[in-house]
Design a protein around this ligand. Structure first.
Ligand code: NDP
Length: 328
């Protein structure tokens, strides 16, 4: 069983020296299990994270362990009533030729339907589902809104833009190079595609004169920097991944926005004046809490209007202690 093992953890960019090709014994299926000859292995950006031993949402590949990855392949031996030799299945795992898995963890791929087996690794597999969830549950583009997606020619981005298009959005892709951009508009049917190797800020201004309602973030870095200030009020970002940062060590200065994705954070800006119904609710609740002693506060009272400018300047430098008010 030919396998690719993790030999060493990369410091930044992975190189061939971090992997090791190894011949191991071919596994056999026990009761309830299925032996699969892998035919296609999916390679995905998340695998870079599995090569590190930093805390994350998934366990790292152990040193000397088989690299993690999803495969489709053919059943060669089955001890599970649901599968027979010759069946094509998805859900097999590892950068290797063979694996054994409990039948319940495998998906039998339909023989008919015109869908090639590789589609179950991409458009109908994990990346496709990622796009579907990010668009329909997080981005939620409405008809006529401007939807921007980076890595637009890729596995996730290509599906994300097409789903958004089906939902009636104006879809703008961002991709690297003219050939990818042409594919995104001509084959995938996006309304436009911008090359991030050119002047992306100017291209975004031209393509999205009203700003961006939904951004589906796949890359981070300079692309993200260009998109952020162009978001419209009440815009939404589906923070899917930041592939441009996966090899960057130490991380670039500023908050590491990949935490938004890794830790499933939700960031939502707000302005209090947009919430008129909250005002009477809080006034009533707060007054009651003051009366029963539950709510405490402190005031910093400055005497005389003539001292207001100095007090205000101090407020911006932290010289006040408590709610600053001026007694006139
Ligand atoms: P892709 O097929 O889109 O391939 C990666 C692409 O990223 C490249 O082709 C390139 O496209 C772009 N890219 C790579 N490096 C850079 C860089 N330095 N600057 C700008 N662009 C870069 O990969 P996937 O569709 O599989 O993944 C896309 C994103 O989705 C990744 O961030 C991945 O981690 C994330 N993801 C998240 C999941 C989740 O559950 N949250 C699940 C699956 C994927 P180009 O040349 O067009 O820039």
């Amino acid at each position: 069983n030919l396998r690719v093992l993790l030999r060493e953890r990369p410091k930044d960019r992975p190189g061939p020296e971090h992997f090791e090709l190894s011949e191991g014994p071919r596994p056999t299926a026990a009761k309830g299990e299925v032996l699969v000859r892998h035919r296609f292995l999916s390679l995905d950006p998340y695998m870079r994270g599995r090569m590190d031993d930093a805390a994350s949402y998934a366990r790292p590949v152990p040193l000397g362990g088989v690299m993690e990855g999803e495969c489709v392949g053919e059943v060669v031996e089955s001890q599970h009533p649901g599968f027979a030799p010759g069946d094509w299945v998805g859900g097999a795992r590892g950068w290797q030729r063979y694996s054994v898995a409990p039948g319940g963890t495998l998906l039998k791929l339909p023989k008919e339907g015109g869908v090639p087996p590789t589609a179950w690794l991409g458009v109908l597999g994990m990346p496709g589902v990622t796009a579907w969830v990010g668009v329909t549950e997080i981005g939620q583009p409405r008809p006529g809104e401007t939807f921007v997606v980076s890595a637009a020619s890729g596995a996730v981005g290509g599906v994300a833009g097409q789903v958004a298009k089906q939902m009636g959005a104006r879809v703008i892709g961002i991709a690297g190079g003219a050939e990818k951009c042409r594919y995104v508009t001509e084959t995938l049917g996006f309304d436009a595609c911008l090359d991030h190797r050119g002047d992306l800020e100017a291209a975004l201004d031209a393509a999205c004169p009203e700003g961006i309602d939904v951004y589906f973030e796949n890359v981070g870095g300079a692309v993200q920097e260009a998109v952020f200030p162009r978001m419209r009020e009440f815009g939404r970002m589906a923070f899917c991944g930041t592939v441009a940062t996966y090899n960057v060590r130490p991380p670039p200065p500023g908050p590491n926005l990949s935490s938004i994705n890794r830790k499933r954070l939700r960031l939502q800006g707000f302005i209090v004046s947009d919430h008129p119904r909250a005002w009477p609710v809080w006034r009533q609740r707060g007054a009651a809490w003051i009366r029963d002693g539950r709510l405490k506060w402190k005031e910093d009272v400055v005497q005389g209007l003539e001292n207001a400018p100095e007090a205000f300047i101090g407020l911006l430098e932290g010289r006040n202690f408590g709610k600053l008010v001026v007694a006139l």
